[in-house]
Design a protein around this ligand. Sequence first.
Ligand SMILES: [Zn+2]
Ligand SMILES: [Zn+2]
Length: 128
Amino acid sequence: MKFIKNTKQRHIILNILTVSNVPQTAEDIYIKAILIAPNIAKTTVYRNIDSLFSNGIISRYRFDKDKYSYELNTNVHTHYLLCKKCGELTSLKKCPISNLENTILKDTGFNVTNHSIELFGFCKKCKS
Ligand SMILES: [Zn+2]
Ligand SMILES: [Zn+2]
């Protein structure tokens, strides 16, 4: 059995996230990782995801109450709209609260450095 080095596992995870256009859950990442490296252990994948997250390399969203979805952390952050019926993810073109952050700074002196918002509802197809 070939032993896969830690850096290679991270590389696999980052590659999966690079080619995905929507955030992936740890389970999604694991399923894709075993296609690339069949010997990769689930715990290893999960551990690497945690460390990538705590190092700020990937960011996470909570679309589901007991699981997170991950994506690469880019300077341009995205907010997603999640349809509760069909599960479709739509991204917002602009951050809706960047102006609010300026107002908060002016009004309270509090400097907001980051935020995370997930918006839930029904998409165009499902709302009727
Ligand atoms: Zn829908
Ligand atoms: Zn934002």
